[in-house]
Design a protein. Sequence first.
Length: 422
Amino acid sequence: MPGRKLKWVRRRGTGGAAADRSRFSPRDLLSESVAGILQRPARSVLTALGTVLGVGTFVAVLGLTATTSSQIDSRFNELTATEVTVEDTGGEQPEFLSNAFPADADRRIGALGGVREAGVYWPVRLGPGTVVSAAPVGTEGTGEQTQVVAASPGVLAAAGPHLAQGRIFDEYHDRRGENVAVIGAGLASRLGITTLEAAPAIFVEDRAFTVIGIVDDVRRKADLLLSVVVPRTTAEEIWGGPEAGQRAKMLISTDLGAARQIASEAALALDPAHPDHFKVVPPPDPRSLRGDVTSDLNQLFMLMAGICLVIGAVGIANTTLVAVLERTGEIGLRRALGARGRHITVQFLAESGALGALGGLAGTSLGTVTVVVMAVVRDWTPVIHPATVVAAPAIGLVTGVLAGLYPAWRASRIQPAEALRR
């Protein structure tokens, strides 16, 4: 058996009798483990693949989580942390006050320091079966059932729209009650509106509205993309104010860091005598929100990493057990030459541990490369904690040792005489 070395040391036993005891040195153990792995390289690679994937996922998850934390913070600061919503509650008797927002609500909130844009909006209550169409009366069944939203000019500005064509309506349209509308790109496509050069119109309850803008994206209030947005004064003239159960709201866009201060002042600014008519919804704490998102992602991907490690452990255990069965004759000969059961156990544990450690090292490299590539593609700064890189190979080693416990114990129980008879 090439590479198999058993050293013998003669010791004096009790009563002067000589006793032979075999010894398995660490150097021999290492060489035996390497030889066992290299004798079947393809099988060894496939066996370690599960550990590679598990450890690689572990490193990638922790690295990407650390890398994206600052990016999540930035997104929350730019959008969520700069948005305030004010809801009209109507006070103690809302049935007697359909709209608590004053006519100059946009101007009052706009006077607060740190406010960029602000506007009042509410959904218009249409008749049952009302559709929005691009043709006048007499073409039933060709329209779309779409929500119509009455909004002051500040709402569209605060939503941060990206216009595919045209423009959004302004204070001039709102003050004069013009029949104009801004619609989403999806609705425009379904209605067959491809250009605004001919001043196309849409029809809501037989009333024509000239489409002056088509929006294909917004930074906040994405439901506006699915709605027909008309000036507030126009909606009040045609359909009246907000209905019960569909009370008005205000969307406020603020400077970074000013949202919570504005949230504390908004109700008083709107109506100093009755601030209780409004419910102000401040932005959530970005730190707690980021923590919740990060925790959810960690749990999901750590579960995936754990599954990969379990698969890797099962693969190592199966391969080691098959190796024990294939090498029964070799194990019997070793035992006959003086190797003890613990020597056989240590040998097979060393082989499975070496496979796990190699898989851990490869997985650590794979995970690190994944984090760096993702950071480069997204123009981020890669962040990997040193403890993660140090712990990952150790996890692979522990996985390999645990997977080899039963096969090693099985090998140590083989009796020399029974093995040599096979």
